[in-house]
Design a protein around this ligand. Sequence first.
Ligand SMILES: [Zn+2]
Length: 219
Amino acid sequence: MSCLTFREAISARLDGESLGMPARELERHLDTCAGCAGWSDEAARVTRRARLASAPAVPDLTGAVLAALPRELPGAAAAARRQLLDTGLRLALLAVGVAQAGIAWPVLVSGAGAMSAPAHMTHETGAWNLAVAAAFLAVAAAPRLAAGALPFLLSFTVLLLPVTLADLGSGHVHADRALTHLLLVVGVVLVSAGAWRNRARKRSPRVLLSRIRERGLAA
Ligand SMILES: [Zn+2]
């Protein structure tokens, strides 16, 4: 083997890389070849000096960088606004859910409904209205459920509104009872808004980025 091969091995060892030969063989050559032993010492000295050399002075730009930053990062402000609106939506839905349950619960347990309806019809109506309250409260607690609750809530509302208006016209319902259906409308609007916001969020660059990252980490 030529001295050049051994010097390549010495160089590799200084860089922490694989020698490409057994270490014992290199040591044996260094014991017997004064040229390579000297070259090895010199190479070690140069490497050490390069590693210990101080970094060139760089001007301190901290002040300039901080001064150039906007007072408030636009992404952070938008996120705070979004968070505030989300919280507001959830609190409003919580209030509507509690009010709706407050109307439905007594009817369900007493069976004494308005307008002298048969007892079972009253029970059934109470159960439906309480289920609506449960849906509102569930979405207030877990906003990701908004889209899943919409098929039931929307169809119930869309069916109830025109028949209520017709009943009001023909005197089959008192205005105060019809007014309680406004709670339903408000709740459904809030749930729809939540579902829309979830949908928009799923497509935001931040969420896409975090998904790509998750996928990258999982791979
Ligand atoms: Zn040699």
